[in-house]
Write a protein that binds this ligand. Structure first.
Ligand SMILES: [Zn+2]
Ligand SMILES: [Zn+2]
Length: 236
């Protein structure tokens, strides 16, 4: 594990203005101003043992969602809540490929991994794949870049091409919640000759848990991976 600060100390091309509110009172090496940075909300407190949803005040291990659904993942943790600030950071990174935002996001996730020993105890790191159509339009897969950065920082090897994503012409994020829960399978197995005991999936946002669960199902059924852990930058 490397010793780093949040933000990338080697990044020289930093913006003069906050990517969220355009203020010029910037935090050093962070794409946010002092005020926006201070508004970021860490996910903390009593969390669901499985998906990481806050269950403050309840003396239980699992949240209502995890009791109702048979999610295939075993343990998910997220750095921040999904709000105006984190959604803007993710959006800029996703659609504009802004490197310093990707560095900030992956460094924040790395700090979270350092604070959760269970997330460090894995054999490989992987990421949520993208369909060819989306890749073609966006030119790169942002989850791959985050996973690559986190692999470099932790020294945990990166494995790709385990699962593929079916073509979808409407972004899942644009579908109403009830349709997102109902939709068919998103992924298929690429049937690579691969096996390990524990794997960490890197993704940007945890919403319903369906995407991570679908990917985890393939990793468990087709690759006999025993434990699927995941880290996301934000969660709703
Ligand atoms: Zn700001
Ligand atoms: Zn849960």
């Amino acid at each position: 594990m490397k010793n780093i600060n949040i933000g990338n100390p080697f990044q020289i091309l930093f913006p003069d203005n906050c990517v969220v509110c355009k203020s010029s009172k910037m935090m050093k090496d962070i794409p946010l101003c002092v005020e926006c940075f201070s508004k970021l909300k860490f996910v903390s407190g009593s969390l669901c043992q499985k998906c990481g949803r806050p269950i403050d005040g309840k003396n239980e291990d699992l949240c209502e969602d995890c009791k109702k659904n048979d999610f295939y993942f075993d343990f998910v943790r997220s750095v921040y809540y999904y709000d105006d600030i984190t959604s803007k950071l993710v959006k800029y990174f996703k659609y504009k490929n802004v490197k310093y935002i990707g560095d900030f996001i992956s460094n924040s996730m790395y700090m979270k991994i350092l604070s959760e020993s269970r997330l460090q105890d894995v054999d490989f790191i992987t990421f949520i794949p993208q369909s060819f159509f989306k890749k073609f339009n966006r030119y790169y897969n942002q989850s791959f870049l985050l996973a690559k950065n986190i692999s470099d920082l932790t020294g945990i090897p990166l494995i790709s091409d385990l699962i593929g994503q079916y073509e979808t012409f409407i972004s899942q994020a644009k579908l109403p919640l009830f349709l997102r829960k109902k939709r068919k399978k998103m992924f298929y197995s690429l049937k690579k000759n691969f096996h390990c005991e524990k794997i960490l999936i890197v993704d940007d946002v945890f919403t319903t848990g369906k995407t991570l669960s679908d990917a985890s199902e393939i990793l468990k059924k087709d690759y006999s991976i025993k434990q699927i852990l995941a880290i996301t930058f934000a969660r709703s």
